[in-house]
Design a protein. Sequence first.
Length: 169
Amino acid sequence: MTLHRGAPVPTVPRTDAAPVWLAQQLAQAQWRSASTGGTNCAEVALLPHRITAVRDSLNPDQQPLVLSDTAFEQFADAVIADLFRRPPGLDSNPVTATGKNELGAEWLATHLDSATWRFGGSESIGVAFLPRAVTAFCSPLGQDSHLLIFAQPEITDFFAGIRAGLFRR
């Protein structure tokens, strides 16, 4: 079957085997990065059945965000249209890519509680900008509340990679 943009997105069958299948696909995935300063970046894997996964290269064992290609396209279109522009005033005392892992659960919870989430569409990854030049990603609306946390240099590289088309099928 040939799929075209806008066509219905096939999904992984909703069976007990689906989590096993997804785990196998993620374990075998070819992860792509747009990092220009090393390996610290958001990474993308294009999986079968028009599924896209996004993970943090510094925390590869952390659960990735898993979404449909359509959802990733909504997110990428919003990045290209510059809809996820970081508000001024949140960049003082910025963390590094490795420093983000030391922020602490209490700091994150406090800032996530007051964060404004932005979505590029009804299925898009959510983006929230936090102090210290931290950016949070969450699953699309209506899905689990899984989060990924990135420092500004990682987001800068990731968004540049999206604009350059590095994560297209």
